[in-house]
Design a protein around this ligand. Structure first.
Ligand code: 0WE
Length: 256
């Protein structure tokens, strides 16, 4: 089924094959979208080059550090040159300094707070502003969030505060861009075994906790995030904007 036939999309946040961005990109591609990708830093270049090669040798792949306005400008200029338009944007980018995810939130430094919010939340605003002029027939912007935005998850700390900012930013962007038929939504995913989760103390216990407590008694699979991403990108979601969709096997509804 070609839910997204003829759509052009850009994906921020692929690091490797386990990335949530990769799962959603695959679903968008299978639904018929033509995609461009960005990667963060030389370290990830080869990895991402190899992955996106699967979508054809002429797949547009651009470096982009989302904390640099000039990088963002260049990415949208290149997208404009190659396609002249844009329909879909995926934001799957987050960072907090490792020590900020280990100690107590009360000890978050000014710099750790600033960087976390710059990379993980402000970047959505900057990317939406860059994308909007290319979204001439409207568009769909999807950003990844996590439950730590609304409830305390021990050690998630400043990332939770940044995700709260991301979700609020999505609402304000949805309001601003709504008259241009550009929708902005968040997917709040249950914990996934990605590069971003690797090395986080107690992460496997957290996966077990979701398995035990979520109504569906299991964890989320990458292709299920892909399917929700494809839905949000599609006309089936034409009246959905500013929302946070929980793709977490129901965990978020539980009170105990
Ligand atoms: O959003 C995230 C993680 C994002 C993340 C991960 C890292 C690890 C390496 C942001 N910055 C960094 N910085 C690093 O140096 N998740 C939803 C996954 C996650 O991370 C946690 C979690 C969960 C869930 C951290 C503590 C507690 C729970």
């Amino acid at each position: 089924m070609s839910l997204l036939a003829g759509k052009i999309g850009v994906v921020f946040g692929v690091a490797n094959k386990r990335s949530i961005a990769w799962a959603i990109a695959q679903a968008w591609h299978k639904a018929g979208a033509q995609l461009a990708f960005t990667y963060q830093g030389e370290r990830l270049k080869e990895n991402v080059e190899e992955l996106v090669g699967a979508f054809g040798p002429d797949t547009l792949l651009m470096p982009c550090d989302v904390t640099r306005d000039e990088d963002i400008e260049r990415v949208f200029a290149e997208l404009g040159q190659k396609f002249g338009r844009l329909d879909l944007l995926l934001h799957s980018v987050a960072f907090a300094p490792k020590d900020a995810l280990e100690g107590q939130f009360v000890n978050t430094s000014r710099e750790a707070f600033r960087v976390s919010h710059d990379v993980s939340a402000y970047s959505l605003v900057a990317l939406a502003r860059g994308a909007a002029p290319l979204m001439k027939d409207g568009g769909s912007i999807v950003a990844m969030s996590y439950y730590g935005a609304e409830k305390v998850i021990p050690h998630y700390n400043v990332m939770g505060v940044a995700k709260a900012s991301l979700e609020a930013s999505a609402r304000y962007l949805a309001y601003d861009l709504g008259s241009r038929k550009i929708r902005v939504n968040c997917i709040s995913a249950g914990p996934m075994n990605t590069l971003a989760a690797r090395g986080i103390a107690g992460f496997l216990d957290m996966m077990k906790h979701y398995e035990a407590r979520s109504p569906l008694k299991r964890n989320v699979q990458p292709d299920e995030l892909g399917a929700t991403g494809a839905f949000l990108a599609s006309d089936g979601a034409a009246a959905i904007t500013g929302q946070v969709l929980y793709v977490d096997c129901g965990y978020q509804i539980m009170g105990m």
